[in-house]
Design a protein around this ligand. Structure first.
Ligand code: F6P
Length: 567
């Protein structure tokens, strides 16, 4: 039960986080550093990059363009020790039931445990069953890609349609999008998630039943959106083929719920299992990654696992001062609490990564959008930030204005591969080099800003009349001092992508531990699901309702009228 006392007395009962010596020291230190400019700090310290950068394989994180100095970094690292982050990390890797409201471990790291060392859940080593499913995925994807397994009428499979939502969509979706250059010719993959019938309808217009394989991806096999889409896809398939038996060849399931998948008509041999200790938003490493294996092949899927495993090893072994996920977590906390930043942005300078921030939204906001701590009390500090982003350079021409001159502080992660798989050059220039130039220019401009003297000198050099200069000058000044992380890697391949995703997973984990919340449940989402199913019944009745609050009743009744009049 929720302790009422804590709910009402949040201002008087200070949490151990706020009271901790490192936190208090950070609070005091903040006053002395909050107005210091990064420009000055760079001018005074030519070792800044060496001190404030770290590397894992070819992935370089430069965090020197942040509002920190040696003292800040020391205190932030101290917070990691005080909050026993590494003890919790070890508990997670060891399979302890750290998801305390669902009474289970969070063992996505075991799914990519390429060392194959035993990992125990309730006394059972789970590695053999993980390896069994990987072997099943290899066999199945090989047979489909090789044309040995065909549709009911002998056609090669040309389209894979993944039906799932949340973690059963976003993870495999971002990976398939990002790995497009490695896809098998003639095999396309589509993702249906929205219960809006438009989503499925538009995709079904582009595929043929005889050459389409449907993957029903649902941990629970009860999620309303997924089940509705799966049944509609099934109806479409039967309408076109007139052959119910053919379903067995065209529908497979990825689920922890065999019983429900059997009820749907999926054969035992076409079920890909995973387990309740894999959280939805952490599941792309499991059989939920089947569309990835089909699209880019099992070898590349395993490279993705290798990359994530490499980041796991880094997280487990690197000292705090060089530990990439830990550092990114600490910087996030620094801005969120001390500079009151509400959000952070992730800007990928790579078109293939266009869905990366959408994936991170679920990962971060579903994990750390919590107000109750691990002891069941309300927290007295802010927790998970708002995550958003887009691809560069597009967004430079959209919301970057606010980064440069707005009143809000938005820390930004910039990501870019040093090389492109699509080199294009023409008489105006080399396109990837221009992309790189924009990446470097933006982080530098955000850090340096432009002083009044610099702006004035520029305007005078342009020959502008003094009167006009006076009017325009204030608008040409940039405060600068906007924090960014720069993440550069050799190229975007499966291994690097695996490492990058695992990097953010662990960053979110570390923040959850420092905030003393459970990053592995999502009761808020469950509440919405429950309410929607009650309302759905009322809509289906088709009668006017007075069942809910005044606003909801009026909205539903108005909608009912609009629907009745619709031809
Ligand atoms: O959105 C809430 C959620 O429970 C996610 O955590 C999960 O990824 C998604 O729904 C889908 O659930 P399922 O895989 O059980 O269909």
């Amino acid at each position: 039960m929720f302790p009422q006392k804590n709910r009402n007395d949040v201002n008087t009962i200070m949490s151990t986080l706020i009271q901790s010596p490192a936190w208090q020291a950070l609070q005091a230190h903040f006053k002395s550093i909050k107005n210091t400019s990064m420009r000055d700090m760079f001018a005074q310290d030519n070792q800044r990059f060496n001190k404030f950068s770290t590397q894992m394989d070819d992935i370089l994180l430069d965090f020197s363009k942040n509002r920190i100095n040696d003292e800040t970094f020391k205190l932030l690292c101290e917070l990691v020790r005080e909050r026993h982050v590494f003890d919790w990390r070890d508990k997670m890797f060891a399979g302890e039931a750290i998801n305390i409201s669902e009474f289970r471990p969070a063992l996505h790291t075991a799914l990519r445990n390429r060392s194959n060392t035993p990992v125990f859940v309730e006394g059972e080593n789970v590695m053999p069953k993980i390896n069994r499913v990987l072997a099943q995925m290899r066999y199945f994807s090989g047979r489909i890609r090789g044309g040995h397994l065909r549709g009911y009428s002998g056609h090669l499979f040309k389209d894979i349609v993944n039906i799932g939502i949340g973690g059963s969509d976003l993870g495999p979706h971002v990976v398939c999008d990002s790995m497009k250059p490695y896809a098998q010719r003639g095999l396309d993959v589509h993702f249906v998630s929205n219960v809006d019938p438009t989503h499925l309808t538009e995709i079904l217009k582009r595929v043929q039943p005889e050459s389409t394989l449907f993957i029903v991806s649902s941990k629970s096999f009860t999620t309303q959106e997924t089940m509705l889409n799966a049944h509609s896809a099934r109806n479409w398939f039967i309408n076109h083929t007139n052959d119910k038996k053919a379903i067995a060849r065209h529908f497979v399931a990825v689920t922890t719920n065999r019983e429900k998948a059997t009820e749907f008509g999926i054969l035992e041999e076409n079920m890909f299992e995973f387990w309740d200790w894999v959280g939805g938003r952490y599941s792309l490493w499991s059989a939920i990654g089947l569309p990835i294996a089909l699209y880019i092949g099992m070898d590349r899927f395993e490279q993705l696992l290798d990359g994530a495993h490499a980041m796991d090893q880094h997280f487990k072994t690197a000292p705090i001062e060089k530990n990439m996920p830990v550092i990114m977590a600490l910087l996030g906390i620094w801005y969120s609490h001390f500079f009151a930043a509400q959000s952070y942005a992730v800007i990928s300078y790579n078109q293939y990564l266009r869905r990366f921030s959408a994936f991170l939204q679920q990962l971060d906001m579903e994990s750390n959008g919590k107000t109750i701590n691990r002891q069941g009390q309300q927290v007295d500090y802010t927790t998970g930030p708002i995550v958003w982003g887009e691809t560069g350079s597009n967004c430079q021409h959209a919301f970057f204005q606010l980064f440069h001159q707005g009143t809000r502080l938005v820390p930004v992660d910039f990501l870019i591969p040093a090389n492109t798989c699509n080199p294009l050059r023409n008489k105006l220039g080399n396109q990837h080099e221009v992309l790189l130039a924009n990446f470097f220019a933006q982080t530098r401009a955000l850090m340096r800003g432009k002083t009044e003297a610099e702006a004035l000198a520029e305007l005078e050099a342009s020959g502008m009349a003094a009167e006009k200069i006076k009017a325009v000058l204030p608008h040409k000044i940039f405060a600068g001092n906007k924090p960014t992380n720069s993440i550069i890697f050799e190229r975007l391949d499966a291994r690097t992508l695996g490492s990058l995703i695992a990097l953010y997973e662990h960053k979110v984990f570390v923040q959850g531990i420092i905030w003393n919340i459970n990053s592995f449940d999502q009761w808020g989402v469950e509440y919405g699901k429950q309410m929607a199913s009650d309302i759905e019944n009322v809509i289906a009745e088709g009668k006017e309702t007075q069942r809910y609050d005044d606003s909801t009743n009026h909205l539903m009744n108005y909608c009912r009228l609009l629907r009745a009049e619709f031809p």
